[in-house]
Design a protein around this ligand. Structure first.
Ligand code: MN
Ligand code: MN
Length: 320
């Protein structure tokens, strides 16, 4: 697979409004030999507790990614030149069956990871992170997790006895010991919660919680330092719920919470992960039907570009 000279339909020399919108014009391919990273869409939103629509996230983020010029001037790297990247397409989700969908995510993503390819997932609601963590932990062992969100997503359940929804993935992942509790950092937590013990529960389960108030006290660089201290050189998985960003900047999401990060602060937070042992990433909760002027999808595409830039810097360092 020559990712630098893709099929003309996805080609590198098209204007942003031309052609078929694969992520950053990477070839749509499931040939993974020699590939560094695969963009994988997970268009599933049946784990949503309030307003849905994230099933349209992957497609809209791909479209928004066509606006990205290739060179990251802050980090000094062009990820699509430095890395072999394909757009793998989407996991086959079943909107009426969350368990079957989770099984499909773990199986498909697990098969990609087995080939030594880093999976960059685009959701979908946050319920998809549990099967993604299952696949990654099966390969890398218990993971350091950097979890950007306005919600801790560690509720016992949201709908009576049902264990799975977008409010419970991290509780389940902790119960299944997929997460290394010495290195689980939640960043941006805020907003009214359903009970006084909600945040304490997350801490009891092992989350190192940086609420938005704490984050703004520490400053972005302080937050970055705290994340880096906690994670060290452990294999680290990044789960980025777009509602960690303020709805003024990211309105297209299912459960918005006011008083969050700006787009620029979020870019800085992702860049701050440079050099960590990054083994996985998902960006979830982009809901295009609630978006305005695609600003949420554009931000999501840019944050994913930043993450790919980090992978590119690591590859360049290893090549030296
Ligand atoms: Mn979430
Ligand atoms: Mn959230």
């Amino acid at each position: 697979m020559d990712t630098k000279n893709p099929n003309p339909a996805y080609g590198a020399h098209l204007e942003p409004f031309h052609g078929i919108p694969t992520f950053m014009r990477r070839p749509a391919s499931r040939e993974l030999e020699g590939i560094d990273a695969a963009i994988v869409g997970v268009p599933f939103d049946s784990g949503t507790s309030y307003r849905s629509g994230t099933r349209f996230g992957p497609r809209k983020i791909r479209e928004a990614s066509l606006l990205l010029w290739g060179f990251n001037a802050v980090l000094g790297v062009a990820p699509v030149d430095a890395l072999e990247i394909v757009d793998y397409g989407d996991v086959e989700v079943i909107p009426v069956d969350i368990s079957a969908t989770m099984g499909a995510i773990t199986t498909e993503v697990g098969a990609i990871l087995e080939q030594g390819v880093t999976v960059v997932s685009l959701g979908g609601d946050h319920s998809i992170t549990l099967p993604l963590l299952r696949a990654h932990a099966a390969r890398f062992g218990p993971l350091a997790v950097i979890h950007f969100d306005s919600h801790p997503d560690t509720w016992k359940s949201e709908f009576r006895e049902h264990p799975y929804s977008h409010g419970t993935p991290f509780r389940r992942a902790l119960e299944e010991e997929l997460i290394d509790t010495d290195a689980y950092v939640q960043v941006g937590i805020r907003g009214p919660v359903s009970a006084s013990h909600d945040l304490e529960d997350a801490r009891q389960l092992g989350a190192q919680m940086l609420t938005i108030d704490r984050a703004f006290e520490m400053g972005i660089l302080g937050v970055v330092e705290a994340i880096r201290d906690a994670v060290g050189d452990r294999p680290a998985y990044v789960s980025l719920d777009i509602d960690s960003v303020d709805p003024a900047y990211a309105p297209g999401t299912g459960t918005p919470e006011v008083g969050g990060f700006t787009s620029y602060q979020m870019l800085q937070l992702v860049r701050g992960l440079q050099g960590l042992n990054l083994v996985g990433y998902d960006l979830v909760e982009v809901s295009p039907p609630y978006d305005h002027s695609d600003i949420t999808a554009i931000l999501a595409a840019n944050l994913t570009f930043e993450f790919l830039s980090l992978l590119a810097l690591t590859k360049r360092k290893e090549g030296q």
